[in-house]
Structure formats: structure tokens, C-alpha cells
Design a protein around this ligand. Structure first.
Ligand SMILES: [Zn+2]
Ligand SMILES: [Zn+2]
Length: 169
């Protein structure tokens, strides 16, 4: 769905949409949308800028960074985004957006593709590190066994406890 500047010049656009798994293009991101993505938002024009405010909700499945098992994560995100037409500011200025203006993007031509906006917001909502649980033991670096399922037969790694050097009991 294109959020068209032409349409916004006449009236704001109220967005209330649902995208089934598979309908969104996440541009090769390494996760899978497993639940319907719902979005409620309002797009309006403020001068030259397109502003989109709203809320999205879905569920995704990604691999645990330590053990590679699938982790299901709820995604709920408020967003308030501003897009400037790309032709109106100088290149150098574009490079030097002050911090705090990170939510400013740019649009080309007549508007923004809503799907691209939402895909970016889902990606931003994900944690930097995905772990199945805080104390996930991960995979054995020698044999690749999932250590959450039990100890493998590899020799135990050298202790790296700082107390070992103190020579206590
Ligand atoms: Zn894990
Ligand atoms: Zn092992």
C-alpha cells in the first residue's frame, strides 16, 4: 500500500490493516513472521513531511543466538515517524542529522510504501540478541551438541572462575 502524498494533500489516511504470515517482505532478515501482523496508524502531511503514527503487533520466530533453537517472540511497537522528501535538502545535511532525529526518514517520488515502513519497524523491535532463555547453555564448541539437552562427552572446559586462582578449598 502506497501512502501517497497526493492523497495526503486532500485528507489524512487512517490505516487499519492485517498482513498474514508470508505477505510482508522483510528483505532477507533472518526471522519468520508466525502470526498476523496488525497495524493501526494515521498518516498525515505536515508541510512537506509525511508523518505516520501508530501501533503494530505480530509474533515472529527467530533462532536462539546460542543454541539455534527456534524462539517465538511477541512484537508490539508504537511508532511516530517523519519522512522528508529526498530532493529538498542538501546531501551533506542529510548525512548530519542530529541525534534525536533518528526517526526521520526520506521518501522518493510520491510517497512511502507502508510495507517497507512496517518491515523496518518489526526489525527495529527485535532484541539485539535473541536467546531462548537467559541461562541457555548453547552448543558445545567442540561437537556442536545442544548442551541444554544434557552434557556431551567432550572434556569439561578449563575453569575460568576468578576464585580458582585464589587457591581456596
Ligand atoms: Zn538457546
Ligand atoms: Zn561436546
Amino acid at each position: 500500500m502506497l501512502i501517497s502524498r497526493h492523497a495526503l494533500e486532500r485528507h489524512r489516511i487512517v490505516i487499519d490493516k492485517a498482513y498474514e504470515p508470508g505477505a510482508m517482505n522483510y528483505h532477507g532478515a533472518e526471522f519468520r513472521q508466525t502470526d498476523t501482523l496488525t497495524v493501526k496508524a494515521v498518516a498525515e502531511l505536515a508541510g512537506e513531511e509525511i508523518r505516520i503514527r501508530g501501533f503494530l503487533k505480530t509474533r515472529i520466530e527467530a533462532a536462539c543466538d546460542r543454541c539455534l533453537n527456534a524462539v517465538s517472540l511477541p512484537v508490539e511497537r508504537d511508532f511516530d515517524l517523519t519522512y522528508r522528501p529526498v530532493g529538498t535538502i542538501a546531501r551533506e545535511e542529510e548525512m548530519e542529522l542530529p541525534e534525536g532525529e533518528l526517526d526521520i526518514g526520506f521518501y522518493h517520488g510520491d510517497g512511502i510504501d507502508l510495507g517497507d515502513v512496517l518491515a523496518e519497524q518489526v526489525i527495529l523491535a527485535l532484541p539485539m540478541k535473541v536467546v531462548c532463555r537467559e541461562d541457555c547453555l548453547g552448543l558445545c564448541p567442540s561437537c556442536g551438541a545442544d548442551r541444554n539437552a544434557g552434557a556431551c562427552s567432550c572434556p569439561a572446559p578449563q575453569s575460568v572462575s576468578p576464585f580458582a586462582a585464589l587457591g581456596g578449598d
